[in-house]
Design a protein around this ligand. Sequence first.
Ligand SMILES: [Zn+2]
Length: 412
Amino acid sequence: MKTLITNIKELLQVRDTSIDKLQGEEMKDLPSIRNAWLLLHDDLIEDFGTMDSLPAIKADSTIDATGKIILPSWVDSHTHLVYAGNREQEFVDRIHGLTYEEIANKGGGIVNSAQKLQETDEESLYQQTLTRLKEVMQLGTGAIEIKSGYGLTLDAELKMLRVIKRLKENFPIRIKATFLGAHALPKEYKDRRAEYIDEIVNVMIPKIAEEQLADYVDVFCEKGYFTVEDTVRIMAAGKKYNLPAKIHVNQFNSIGGIKAGVENSALSVDHLEVMTLEDIEVLKDSDTMPVALPSCSLFLSIPYTPARDIIDAGLPLALATDYNPGSTPSGNMNLVVSLACIKMGMTPEEAINAATINAAYAMGISKTHGSITKGKKANLILTKPIPSYGFLPYSFGSNHIETIFLEGKPIN
Ligand SMILES: [Zn+2]
């Protein structure tokens, strides 16, 4: 099956295969072809070029993209898409001025999401999650990482990971699963944190690895949650089972989690709202991708990741949604790209690079996703007619997407 798309106003993020991420100054450049054609063959990008050099191609279907832009679909490298119910009541309580503790006492917080999830059967959890997955696919996300972490018992964590596995099998979107047993300390382990870490390291990780239910491990490394030492233990256990780390660090405090992540070859360090000079220094010459989650900052009214400090220091940066019921009940990568420009001082070129090729690196899929490259997956966004690509972040809150292609096929 060959699909030819012609008269594309601008084909964005056209890259050589050798590029897997961009850092510092490189992020300012967004290579493109104006007045382009693009050929899809089954699920892959076969070829592209300028209209004046369009060869004779026998395609099964041809699409005229006059006035429209094509870019690789967004890659969302950090979400908590599997959850039960929602936490809308906490949102309202917060507006009314209740403290975090008062909200927790009323039944809010991660631990209470866990209780709700434990009581929800697997089929219902799958159905609730696929509604959200379909929604983000329509919003242009063509690859997504999904974490466990609202189970906090072996059974409930396995249930979450099995739901992710089923989604992997049933949808054309690329999915990676991350085991986040260390998201919060379960009530049963109050004052026995070390024993919960033992459970994660000695029981949960081996079982999850045996059933091949996860690609990565994660830890919420933060004051009041898990220490740097806990994080190192879990990363080491993950490494033993070939599960690299992607970790939550520096959301509220800088406690040394970034250094620990880099030393343990973490694929990504995510959140980074609070960054010291030392944190930035440690990331230099590492293979670890920093990931910012600006819609979480928006929802919680907390500082935004200092993107300028990070990029101007020569580092790469990726963007993701953090879609979760507590701090970011939104999986809209278009909004994330807008917020990166509006609130974090990133240029449209930097933001689009951060949400495509660098995000693909943060998911370990930059060989197959994140750019318009021959042989990569034909996961694309075809926009409505718009003046230029800068219009995408500029005209925030509007839907500029006309058609989404996943694995070479338009989805409805
Ligand atoms: Zn998160």
